[in-house]
Write a protein that binds this ligand. Structure first.
Ligand code: PBG
Length: 337
């Protein structure tokens, strides 16, 4: 080819040809800054009552609600493929939901039975459980409600007791996703006072009032119950200073790890938190993020595996130590090959 650009003096580039480190696979492998392994991934599992039950979630393609026996199998497989922890979500049946979230305090509820059975059958895998009340309230809000106001301290009291039941049942990590003020401190002291000082807290410190939770709400049955929104407790998605204040507060109250959620639209928040706090940061690739990739891939708009790996690696690049993802098992299997 003719040197059309020969008239330009490129000598200034001699020490700055950045493409040298991208010219072939082996050098790219050496200089790669982040890698994705199955240990980075936490698998969320939706539970239902019964035996050998597997039910479809319309807006979460290829993800199923599982009865405990099937969840045990999934946990075994996940561990075998390198996933180190699972996050359990066990919504109460609609007829057990009420205004006081009473099922949250039933020591024999679905989540407690699941925790104890999975703990006894698959003791090697870490168990993370949520204490937000949206799985138990008749209105699908994360706290108790009176005159359309979400009650803070009353909700915290129930969640702290619920956390204790979950710890007794076998939870290794309590993960409050509710965004009530003071819940981390209340859970910490309740656990400590009852001999569960080794149960850790992963606080959803920066949980945004997001539009990306739709499929999750379908999965747990709160979508149709929920009136209004969650903006009096979840964060305004216009803010990130406020997320830093939430994290600071949760650390002061005793959080061991913190969660930023959703994930991909909030990479800036993950990076800010990683730069500022010396604490493991988790990110949640939420249900809407999962469904976007699924629907796009189904319609031929993108290469599915590539898009999944790229989005998961983005979390790591931003500073997350682990990622909750509905792709955890699928990706762990693929990463093993
Ligand atoms: C409930 C909870 C939600 C999610 C996790 N825990 C939904 C919500 O706050 O309405 C969403 C997770 C997802 O979308 O995958 N507190």
């Amino acid at each position: 080819m003719d040197k059309i650009f020969a008239k330009y003096d490129m000598s200034f580039l001699s020490g700055k040809r950045l493409r040298r480190l991208r010219q072939n696979e082996w050098i790219r492998d050496i200089v790669r800054e982040n890698i994705l392994t199955p240990k980075d991934l936490i698998l969320p599992i939706f539970l239902i009552e019964g035996k050998n039950q597997k039910s479809k979630i319309k807006t979460l393609p290829n993800i199923f609600r599982l009865s405990i026996d099937l969840a045990i199998k999934q946990a075994e497989l996940a561990y075998e493929k390198g996933v180190r922890a699972i996050a359990l979500f066990a919504a109460a049946d609609e007829n057990k939901r009420d205004a006081t979230a009473s099922e949250a305090l039933n020591a024999d509820n679905l989540i407690c039975r699941a925790l104890s059975e999975i703990k006894s059958k698959v003791p090697q895998i870490g168990l993370i459980s949520d204490v937000a009340l949206d799985l138990y309230t008749s209105h699908g809000q994360d706290g108790l409600m009176e005159n359309n106001i979400i009650l803070n301290d009353e909700s915290v009291e129930i969640m702290a007791q619920s956390a204790l039941l979950q710890a007794k049942a076998g939870a290794d990590i309590i993960a409050p996703s509710d965004m009530m003020d003071g819940r981390v401190g209340a859970i910490r002291s309740t656990l400590d006072d009852n001999g569960y000082e080794n149960v850790a807290i992963l606080s959803y410190s920066a949980k945004y009032a997001s539009n990306f939770y739709g499929p999750f709400r379908e999965a747990v049955g709160s979508a149709k119950l929920l009136k209004g929104d969650k903006r009096t407790y979840q964060l305004d998605f216009a803010n990130s200073d406020e997320a830093m204040r939430e994290i600071e507060q949760d650390l002061a109250e005793g959080a061991d790890m913190i969660m930023i959620k959703p994930g991909l639209p909030y990479l800036d928040v993950i990076r800010r938190a990683a730069d500022r706090f010396n604490i493991p940061i988790f990110a949640y690739q939420v249900s809407g993020e999962y469904s976007m990739i699924e629907y796009a891939a189904q319609n031929g708009a993108l290469n599915k595996d590539g898009a999944i790996i790229e989005s998961l690696l983005a979390f790591k690049r931003a500073g997350a130590m682990a990622i909750f993802s509905y792709y955890a098992l699928e990706m762990a299997i693929k990463l093993n090959d």
